[in-house]
Design a binder for this molecule. Structure first.
Ligand SMILES: [Zn+2]
Length: 328
């Protein structure tokens, strides 16, 4: 507790000259906010109360929790968890006078879509699946396998599963062929996609690496920094930014589905400005299913059984997302 207090005193100067306002949220609950480094931050205690969740403080983290859900924040960092799944908040949480605060961006564009399904409701009929790379572009190279081939196998399996569930599932490529990055979202447009899911395998450094696990990317909202680069902010609004809230909910549902089915290491839901996500005509995500630079994970990703788990997990995520369309 001592640490928090010191931090609180330190940060207090950042707040002292700022008048604190109150905003009335939908449920008639007041969520106080304040300005920090030129941005609006909201009181986590009030955000918790808004969801019927209680604030709990620990040495390095704090969380809001109810019997149904919980969210954890790390002081001065962007890492957190929502119901056990790792998420990367856009801005660090801060503490002012022992009161944790989170950015309004993270409240409205990350926490709220996931905890309250506050997304744009739309039909989910056509799902375009994009196996990354192909043809002259091998993608990541494992010891024995090329990323482009594994991506295609998983994409085909996902198409089968989603088709069996009654969705119209289409692939951007159904064989080993080169597609440039513009063509992929353009195909999603041409097919009138309701969701766009790009499938990839990861790689870390040259040669074998212990790094392993699954991560799912959504387009970084305009005005926020990407996960890998806290400084890279841009206010430019891309086509895919029309679906900010839906993107994060889809990414969260799919990351959770894949982890449940594979038991893989959770590397989290992340934000990036990948071109296929920027140009997407509908809610879109990119799933990094595992590392070809990790010997065990490469071996797993090359088996039918593991590919099936990945595909089942993504499909479960899509179905969970679809269900949330009809939930208030
Ligand atoms: Zn790739």
């Amino acid at each position: 507790m001592r640490k928090i207090l010191t931090l609180g005193v330190f940060l207090f100067s950042a707040f002292i000259s700022v008048f604190t306002f109150s905003a009335e949220a939908e449920a008639g609950q007041y969520i106080r906010y304040s300005s920090y480094q030129g941005m609006r931050y909201v009181y986590l205690r009030d955000v918790g109360a808004y969801y019927g969740m209680k604030l709990q403080l620990a040495a390095k983290t704090c969380d809001i929790r109810s019997q149904y859900s919980n969210a954890t924040f790390t002081y001065n960092r962007r890492e957190g968890r929502i119901n056990g799944i790792k998420v990367n908040f856009m801005f660090p949480s801060v503490v002012s006078g022992n009161e944790p605060m989170i950015s309004e961006y993270d409240f409205l564009l990350l926490l709220d879509p996931i905890l309250r399904n506050s997304v744009v409701k739309h039909k989910v009929g056509v799902i375009v699946i994009d196996p990354g790379h192909g043809g002259k572009d091998n993608g990541a190279q494992g010891r024995f396998y090329k990323e482009k081939d594994l991506n295609l196998m998983m994409a085909k399996r996902l198409k089968e599963i989603l088709s069996a569930k009654g969705y119209m599932a289409l692939l951007t490529r159904d064989r080993d062929m080169f597609l440039d990055l513009d063509t992929r979202p353009a195909k999603a447009s041409a097919y009138k996609a309701d969701l766009f899911i790009s499938i990839h395998c990861n790689s870390a450094g040259n040669g074998a690496s212990p790094i392993n696990g699954v991560e799912t990317f959504c387009l970084t909202p305009e005005g926020a920094p990407s996960t890998a680069d806290a400084k890279a902010k841009t206010a430019r609004k891309e086509r895919g930014n029309a679906f900010n809230k839906n993107n994060i909910l889809l990414g969260y549902c799919v990351q959770r589905g894949v982890l449940r089915n594979t038991g893989a290491n959770d590397r989290g839901v992340k934000e990036a400005r990948f071109s296929i996500l920027k140009d997407a005509p509908c809610p879109a995500i990119l799933v990094e299913t595992g590392f070809l630079s990790n010997l065990t994970e490469e071996r797993n990703l090359a088996t039918r059984a593991y590919q099936d788990k990945i595909a089942q997990g993504i499909a479960e995520g899509v179905i969970a997302y679809h269900r949330s369309m009809s939930r208030k």
